[in-house]
Design a protein around this ligand. Structure first.
Ligand SMILES: NC(=O)c1ccc[n+]([C@@H]2O[C@H](COP(=O)([O-])OP(=O)(O)OC[C@H]3O[C@@H](n4cnc5c(N)ncnc54)[C@H](OP(=O)(O)O)[C@@H]3O)[C@@H](O)[C@H]2O)c1
Length: 241
């Protein structure tokens, strides 16, 4: 079986401007060059400087990857059709032996349920952390369904999809919902490799925000323990996973 990286690959990834998403892009670019393949990466996020930095890092490790930046707020649902249109016009699905869509973008809010009584606030959280994933999954399936290449759909998940954490009801619930979305897609589309992947704690903005913004004291203790472990083993960070 041909490796993912030895042929032609199309990668579409949300949250590519920093943290884990940026690290994935660089590691994939390295793998493409090592595998003597070629690829086109579509990098989605809001921060143009962050996306430019990711592009620069990709170019530093690979000459075999073409990059297209798609600057979009995936939480603003009305902007998603335009983003899809940009991606559609930037590729021919038949050209790729493999395509991968990675749902990586996410946000974390710390607030107890008793204090979360604003439906607009809840709705906006769902827009970014669930609805956009559902819509973009649907569009990805439509875009590549008639092409001969193999399709891969990856959701970046978390232990929070399985375990409840105080003040993180929204984050935990949406991680669980995304996991189930991917599991249903896998059942509906036996030819699509659809997987949930939880990377474990990483030293990124999301984790730092989690520690500093209204976090429950018990979570702080367990996260600080995880970070200490990370620093001791030096195996995991936002740019080195
Ligand atoms: N860090 C951890 O310990 C940890 C552990 C388990 C799982 N995870 C998961 O790993 C994934 C990546 O997290 P991370 O730690 O790398 O977080 P991060 O450093 O905060 O990065 C989040 C990414 O999502 C993008 N994003 C956020 N809101 C967006 C929006 N409205 N529209 C478009 N893009 C948006 C950000 O880009 P812009 O701001 O430029 O838009 C950024 O590129 C998440 O799914 C997270 O739940 C993280």
């Amino acid at each position: 079986m041909d490796s993912l990286f030895s042929g032609s690959l199309c990668l579409i990834i949300t949250g590519a401007s920093r943290g884990f998403g940026q690290a994935v892009c660089v590691k994939f670019a390295e793998a493409v060059t090592k595998g003597k393949g070629r690829a086109k990466f579509f990098l989605l996020a809001r921060n143009e400087n962050g996306l430019a930095e990711t592009t620069k890092l990709i170019k530093e490790v690979s000459k075999d990857v073409e990059v297209q930046v798609v600057c979009v707020d995936v939480g603003n649902l009305s902007s998603l059709p335009d983003a899809i249109q940009t991606i559609e016009s930037g590729l021919k699905p038949d050209d790729y032996q493999n395509s991968i869509f990675i749902h990586n973008a996410a946000s974390l809010e710390s607030q107890s349920v008793v204090d979360t009584d604003d439906c607009e606030y809840i709705g906006k959280y769902l827009d970014l952390n669930y609805t956009s994933c559902h819509y973009l999954s649907s569009k990805y399936l439509q875009l590549f369904k008639n092409s001969p290449g193999k399709m891969h759909l990856v959701n970046i998940s978390s232990i929070c999809a399985l375990d409840p954490y105080k003040r993180w009801a929204l984050y935990c619930s949406m991680k669980a919902a995304r996991d189930m979305l991917i599991s249903v897609i896998a059942k509906e589309n036996p030819l699509v490799r659809a997987v949930n992947y939880a990377p474990g704690p990483m030293n990124t903005k999301l984790l730092v925000d989690a520690l500093h913004r209204n976090a429950d004291p018990s979570i702080k203790i367990s996260l600080l323990g995880a970070i200490e472990k990370m620093l001791a083993t030096k195996t995991v960070s936002g740019n080195n996973f």
